[in-house]
Design a protein around this ligand. Structure first.
Ligand code: SR1
Ligand code: MG
Length: 396
């Protein structure tokens, strides 16, 4: 394991990344290394370094001091690389099969060295290409239940939990979410990017005082409810998949927040993908939304019975009420995530890649409608099935 401090930060390129791999002795002495920058996210460089003789490979991920998606005018803390590596290690304790291994870190260069998972596909890309991943929902449900339960007050001594709350204080990245998910899309903000055909619908959204009140409450929940150590950005671009494996990566937005946030972001991104699919492929993915919630609640309940340290955990109905609250938070957060991905700064390829503009606008309208209904009615949905039925109804 590499852990280096004291170097001065500099942006890497492929040559420098290879030199680092040599300096850190990540490969054997006689290896011949090649390197490609494969990052396609909004914020970081991702270098894949391969020994061309053995095909062994590793990833060097580097945080940039600005948001790549916007440019140098949007400065961004490098501390997020440390948060990300530590979150991977913390979550990896509970779901080692679903969390990539951290092979090393270099805080001064804002670098994390990771196992190479290039044999897997980014879930968003695979889903856009019409793939289905039978293990995705069950794996993510298990990941959510274990990471969220075991980092919460249900499983930890309060001193240990509060130490983690401090360790994972991540104000700069939280501010991005507070702005881009909970604020900007609900006001006429410069960061928004609205297709002209959606302008009148979006203006009606901005003018709807009921919706704004509910988003204000959801934002407050995000700001104040320190339930568990979240991934913090659990969309389908943060998940690698194959038919056999699932790996959750990129937790640079990790912090102590409400349990429903991670679940809501994942479900929101599945809902948007469902909207883009043809009829016969739609149902398979809609079922995965139900399976995610089922896997989450089943595992969460098992852990509650087995490992809860909360004196009140045996009180009748307590767990049921906790999960009911998690469901309503989940749905509200899912609604905000959908709306921001349609009209906000960081839009999603699932929708943007639809070439037929009539079809794209129709789907975006459906997404905005579902998003707003989830926000407004989140306390009324008694089960995940009423949510999937809403989605089914919207596309018929
Ligand atoms: C400026 S960052 C934009 C978005 O990319 C990240 O993946 C987060 O989702 C963030 O909101
Ligand atoms: Mg990311």
């Amino acid at each position: 394991v590499v852990k280096v401090v004291g170097k001065k930060y500099e942006e890497l390129n492929v040559e420098k990344a290879i030199q680092l791999a040599i300096d850190y002795q990540l490969f054997s002495e006689h290896s011949e290394l090649s390197c490609t920058e494969i990052g396609d996210g909004n914020l970081n460089y991702v270098f894949r370094i391969t020994d061309i003789n053995t095909d062994e490979s590793i990833i060097i991920k580097q945080a940039l001091p600005y948001a790549k998606v916007v440019g140098e005018s949007w400065p961004l803390t490098l501390k997020r690389a440390k948060i990300e590596a530590e979150a991977l290690k913390e979550h990896g304790k509970y779901v080692p099969k679903i969390v990539p291994k951290v092979l090393g870190t270099d805080t001064s260069l804002a670098i994390t060295i990771l196992e190479d998972l290039s044999h897997l596909t980014v879930a968003r890309e695979g889903l856009i290409n019409g793939e289905n991943y039978p293990k995705l929902a069950a794996d993510i449900g298990e990941y959510l239940a274990k990471t969220l339960f075991y980092t919460s007050d249900f499983a930890l001594h309060p001193f240990d939990k509060k130490k983690l709350v401090v360790q994972f204080s991540n104000p700069e990245l939280c501010k991005i979410t507070e702005d881009l998910v909970f604020t900007d899309p609900f006001f006429d903000s410069e960061t928004n990017n609205i297709e002209p055909e959606l302008q009148s619908i979006v203006e009606a959204l901005w003018a709807n005082k009921k919706t704004k009140l509910e988003v204000a409450k959801l934002k407050r929940t995000f700001l104040t409810k320190a339930d568990a150590l979240l991934h913090g950005d659990l969309h389908t671009g943060s998940i690698f998949v194959s038919q056999k494996e699932t790996k959750v990566f990129d937790p640079e937005f990790a912090f102590y927040g409400p349990i429903g946030f991670d679940i809501g972001q994942f479900i929101a991104n599945l809902i948007m993908q469902v909207l883009t699919r043809e009829r016969e492929q739609r149902e398979l993915l809609t079922l995965q939304i139900e399976q995610t919630w089922l896997a989450f609640t089943t595992t969460f309940s098992e852990l509650w019975k087995k490992d809860s340290v909360d004196n009140y955990s045996y009180i009748e109905d307590y767990e049921v009420e906790v999960l009911r609250e998690v469901l309503s938070d989940t749905l509200g957060f899912a609604g905000c995530e959908i709306i921001r991905r349609v009209i906000g700064l960081a839009q999603v390829k699932d929708l943007e890649s639809i070439q037929d503009s009539e079809k794209r606008i129709k789907i975006k309208k459906q997404a905005l409608e579902i998003g707003e209904l989830l926000i407004l009615n989140r306390l009324k949905f008694g089960s995940i099935h009423s949510v999937t039925n809403l989605v089914r109804g919207a596309v018929e």
